[in-house]
Write a protein that binds this ligand. Structure first.
Ligand code: CA
Length: 377
């Protein structure tokens, strides 16, 4: 075949291909004896029944359509619907519809519900170590806690602890850094904190308690009125995006930056028995959609916070930072809380030991990278 003949037959061949699409007769013959085809039957097996929908009953600790946390779970359920072609349904029960907000852990453990969305520090009464999976005052940022959880052994420790309750947790979002809270009067020194009645839960509450604050636990619906009437002097909540909706700025105009919840983890937790019975494809879909939810919630908090902060500034909120003696007292109190809980509870000691090593490394890297950059930007 000379060069002209070759070009001519190649042109004819490609024209034929264009008209016939993927007609087998146009394909170059491949000798499969030289390229043995893999018969990977395992990969082709479908473990779920396409004609039978699997339904997961998921209860949350949030009201229906609660911004970011509630709507984030709704997006997760919609995502599962899309990628499973409807073969897997996440049926959401907002707080108090099926079980009370803070009963989801027990309800899931016993099998009354299949899964829940909440925050691990709500269960510190069962095991003080659980609060560490939410985060630690002066601890990890959202980015750092994801790093510890996914690559530093945190998630394995979390699952090891939850297995005792027949539960299997996933990262289910992050509030990102929270604000220190709303105060009716300015805090000029540690002396102003003494006897202050403040709504602050979790490890942060225990730290504030040792600093002389009187921590008060209140249901969300009672915080504003209590602040307005002076039943409490201060409250923390989350950050600008959610705080502005609570209206705290109207009755407590001093808004402090914080260190008590620098990146609180939210959880998507399954009944372990139910989880193990799910088809492997459905498990993979949940892992993918949960990973998306975890990233998106932190990002949505960030986005909404930047605009809500501008709105709060226009409402003449006074932005403030705790005086140095308050922050130093907080660090000292935290160490006391950690020492006590580590002595009382070997689970707490084990989880904290992992956090301590990882946090030390995070601080070194963050100081020379992000810390430097944020200071000069
Ligand atoms: Ca909070």
């Amino acid at each position: 075949m000379n060069r002209r003949d070759f070009l001519g037959s190649a042109a004819v061949a490609s024209a034929t291909l264009a008209f016939n699409g993927c007609n087998e007769s146009n394909h170059v013959a491949i000798d499969y004896s030289k390229h043995p085809k893999k018969h990977d039957n395992a990969a082709k097996t479908v473990h779920f029944n396409r004609n039978k929908k699997t339904v997961i009953k998921l209860a949350t600790s949030w009201p229906a359509h609660f911004p970011i946390m509630g709507t984030g779970v709704e997006k997760f359920a919609k995502r599962i619907q899309e990628i499973s072609s409807g073969s897997l349904e996440i049926k959401i029960y907002p707080k108090n519809v099926l079980v009370p907000a803070l009963a989801v852990f027990d309800a899931c453990s016993s099998g009354q519900i299949d899964a829940f969305h909440s925050g691990p520090y709500y269960w510190k009464g069962k095991n003080s170590a659980f609060s560490l999976f939410s985060g630690l005052p002066f601890g990890f940022t959202a980015e750092e806690v994801n790093s510890w959880m996914l690559y530093g052994g945190g998630l394995d420790l979390w699952r090891e602890q939850y297995t005792k309750y027949n539960l299997h947790p996933f990262l289910g979002g992050n509030t990102n850094i929270q604000m220190g809270g709303w105060f009716r009067k300015p805090i000029n020194s540690l002396a102003d904190m003494q006897g202050l009645k403040m709504r602050i839960p979790g490890l942060g509450g225990e730290v504030f308690s040792r600093m002389g604050v009187n921590p008060i636990l209140l249901p969300a619906g009672e915080i504003y009125t209590s602040l307005e009437r002076g039943v409490i002097d201060a409250t923390e909540w989350v950050g600008p995006a959610l705080d502005i909706k609570m209206g705290f700025y109207k009755v407590a105009p001093y808004y402090y930056s914080g260190w008590h919840e620098p990146g609180s983890v939210l959880e998507l937790t399954f009944n372990k028995h139910i989880w193990s019975k799910l088809a492997s494809e459905h498990q993979a879909m949940i892992e993918v959609a949960a990973s998306e939810m975890n990233a998106n919630m932190a990002t949505e908090f960030h986005h909404d916070n930047i605009y809500a902060l501008q709105k709060l500034k226009s409402l003449h909120v006074t932005l403030a930072k705790f005086p140095d003696d308050v922050t130093e007292a907080g660090k000292k109190a935290l160490q006391e809380v950690i020492n006590d809980l580590s002595t009382q509870n070997s689970d707490f000691a084990k989880v904290y030991a992992s956090i301590k090593i990882y946090l030390t490394l995070c601080k070194e890297w963050s100081d020379v990278s992000l810390g430097y950059f944020l200071n000069i930007r």
